[in-house]
Design a protein around this ligand. Structure first.
Ligand SMILES: *Cc1c(COP(=O)(O)O)cnc(C)c1O
Length: 367
């Protein structure tokens, strides 16, 4: 049995009728840019996040970049970022001409380590970007409390965690501003690039609205220097249709994760994800630690199982950030995870038989 890393056929079937009629309406109306469906989705998704405002943008990367500009992060400022994440978490800081300051992660959740964050704070630190990695929120109580003590803004990178909760509260409502990606493979994915800034702060909201639309307020008045980064109305049709299913699909992912955990428990040297009792995990990515990762990956691929690595190289060791002068050994927890982590196939409609086949392939790969 060959098992893809992701298969959205069933999701697409469930939304096909709504998407067809939604597209038809957009074509008839012609409101392709900042149209009705985009506005509706901004409201619906912000509400889903238990926040007041949503600003649809071109991508998760743009959401992060514009969120930092909305917070008035300036050249010379420092922004603290976990080293174990997708590079967009740091690139947005560089695009804002500020300096990303990398820190280590917790060894069980793979999220930013609050004490490492505390130790990295300097007079120049203006913001921290906790990433809810793989779908489980970071320790937001500690991060927000440390940030408040030092007057630091908290930007959630929630690109992997649509719908998950920390102490009952939804991600997107836990810091000053949150950033989501709707890249096709995310838990809530468009059919192209899309993203959103979510906040309950009216000033951040109003600046984000201008920043994504040439800095304008009204048609001809430009208050600040903005850019062109708007969520397409066509993509919003798809996202509106999928949002109605998101809780159900997240539950299906969690059920699949529970089956994986049970089947993989006997395997020596394999570490399955833990979920802290005060939060939920939406398993956008099902990441396990395995011994002899490269050999195991090859065996999995040979068995027809789609596997990937999120992420094999810490940001502090990427060539793009050579200027920061980091070396191997600087962030031992993150480096150990990067050496052993492997992502298994995960999607809501994965059949139990498929999960069993992945577990069997992994069992065989380890012997
Ligand atoms: C996907 C992702 C992004 C970037 O989102 P895009 O929509 O691809 O630009 C940022 N941060 C994290 C953690 C991500 O997983």
């Amino acid at each position: 049995m060959s098992i893809p890393f992701i298969d959205f056929k069933e999701q697409n079937r469930l939304i096909a009728d709504e998407v067809d009629s939604g597209f038809k309406k957009v074509f008839e109306k012609g409101d392709y840019i900042l149209g009705e469906q985009a506005r509706l989705f901004e409201g619906a998704f912000a509400q889903y996040c238990e926040a007041r405002f949503g600003v649809g943008v071109n991508s998760g990367t743009d959401a992060l970049h514009l969120a930092l500009l909305a917070l008035e992060i300036e050249p010379g400022d420092e922004v603290i970022v976990p080293t174990h994440t997708f590079i967009a978490t740091a690139l947005c800081v560089s695009f804002a001409q500020a300096k990303p300051v990398f820190v280590d992660i917790e060894k069980d959740t793979y999220n930013i380590d609050p004490q490492s964050f505390r130790k990295a704070i300097t007079k120049k630190t203006k913001a921290v970007i906790p990433v809810h990695i793989y779908g489980q929120p970071a320790n937001m109580d500690e991060i927000v409390s440390i940030a408040r003590q030092h007057g630091i803004k908290v930007v959630e990178d929630a690109a992997q965690a649509h719908g998950s909760r920390f102490k009952g509260k939804r991600v997107g409502s836990l810091g000053d501003v949150a950033c989501f990606s709707f890249y096709p493979t995310k838990s809530l994915g468009a059919c192209g690039d899309a993203g959103m800034i979510v906040t309950s702060d009216k000033d951040i909201y109003e600046r984000a609205l201008m920043l994504r639309d040439y800095g304008r307020r009204g048609r001809y008045e430009h208050k600040i220097k903005g850019t062109n980064s708007r969520l397409d109305t066509i993509q919003a049709v798809i996202l509106n249709a999928k949002l109605k299913h998101l809780d159900q699909w997240n539950k299906m992912r969690a059920d699949n994760a529970a089956i994986y955990a049970q089947l993989l428990k006997p395997l020596k040297g394999v570490v399955t994800p833990i979920t802290r009792p005060d939060r939920t995990h939406v398993f956008q990515t099902y990441a396990v630690l395995v011994p002899n990762r490269d050999k195991v990956m090859e065996a999995m691929k040979a068995a027809g199982v789609g596997v990937l690595i999120h992420y094999p190289i810490g940001l502090h060791l990427q060539e793009a950030y050579a200027e920061l002068g980091h070396k191997k050994g600087d962030f031992p927890v993150a480096e150990d995870v990067a050496d052993r982590v492997m992502s298994l196939p995960m999607f809501p409609h994965m059949a139990r038989e498929q999960i069993k086949a992945v577990a069997a392939a992994l069992t065989k790969a380890l012997t």
